[in-house]
Design a protein. Sequence first.
Length: 439
Amino acid sequence: MSSVQHLATAGICVYLCLAVRLAAAPASLEEEKAPAYWNERARRTLESALNLAPVTRRAKNIILFLGDGMGISTISAARIYKGQLAGGPGEDSQLAMETFPYVALAKTYNVDRQVPDSAGTGTAYLCGVKANAKTLGVSAAAVYGKCNTTWGNEVYSVLHRAKQSGKSVGIVTTTRVQHASPGASYAHVVNREWYSDADLPKEAIRQGCKDIAYQLVHNTDINVILGGGRMYMTPRRTPDPEYPTDPKQSGTRKDGLDLVERWLSGKEGARYVWDKKGLDAVDENSTDYLLEDKDYRQQAAVPLDTETHAGEDVAIMAKGPMAHLFHGVQEQNYVAHVLAYAGGLEPYHTGPATVPLDTETHAGEDVAIMAKGPMAHLFHGVQEQNYVAHVLAYAGGLEPYHTGPECLAPSCRAGSPAPPPVLLLRARGLASLLLTARL
Ligand SMILES: *[C@@H]1O[C@H](CO)[C@@H](O)[C@H](O)[C@H]1NC(C)=O
Ligand SMILES: *[C@@H]1O[C@H](CO)[C@@H](O)[C@H](O)[C@H]1NC(C)=O
């Protein structure tokens, strides 16, 4: 099975769950008046809970979905809306991710903030270390905006560690790929807004700090990158391929680097595409690397793939104000890291977010993690957010859990070569479905 097909599994499982749920007729109010209705329903739930057994083998694939703004009340609202779209009252509906057997809560605070931001939280759940707000891929010993506090304080993401252990990795996002949430998987930077070199203060450039776009291409050898943000990748005034007449879309780099060219150079089987047509034309069998640098405002319009697959090894987590789906498929040595980042599900905003804001909205409350598949049972209880990365690393047999007595299952010693990855667009379709990007 190609990695392309495997990745499709992620989307498909959820799609099937949705289809099944949509097909199930909602209970009538009359039925709900009878105790037998509730007793029978709960008995079936109890039965499946009694049959629940932890899957203790190592995951071959990991997919993490993250829905920014996807707090628990947003999940409830989405569930009800889905049920209403299916013609029922909605409350008894169920989202695909709500069928996952394991749920935990994550405490999201940053080291220096009760109410966190995406950069500090991204560092926690991707790198496994709680950090300061607005800093990416550095520990809390690094100081926001102080370039020379970066070095020596870098922390490395599960994605980076997966790549180092020989797996294929990818990032898919509805935002620009240099945004804080995806950024924490490859960048080490003391200011999340240092998107291109034009955003760095002179002092930081003098001290040798690099912008996030530069680090995207130089830090970790990422196989698949799908998202927006190409203006940070090309020299100033380079016309945008999609909006050549709009100067606001042009390249912004002052150092004259063409990071797309740089990414492509020296890579066998690498493709760069910038629109859906180009993406559809990619030959998945001969492509080992894919960079799609798309206008992120259009990312949510990708249709969900409709292939079918049993997908029994899917492990998913959801977490809001960020939401994650963590996915492990057996049989191949592939770790994909998917970040779907949607900046809030607008119609269902809860809390005091009715004032105009110029950044994303986060709350300080705990968020849900929903998980399925190998080691998913380790998501339990109320945990610090950085625990997420540790479970991912453990499930995948990655550093620091790659050797030693923890490595008990035979599968964690398997080391088949990584197959080419390519089909993140399907996963992206799923992300769009689940997360409905706010634009
Ligand atoms: C780091 O840079 C600041 C200026 O931003 C300077 O005051 C400080 O001495 C530098 N620290 C080191 C260790 O170089
Ligand atoms: C890729 O390979 C599979 C299996 O070998 C084949 O069915 C499919 O048609 C190929 N796709 C393309 C675009 O060549």
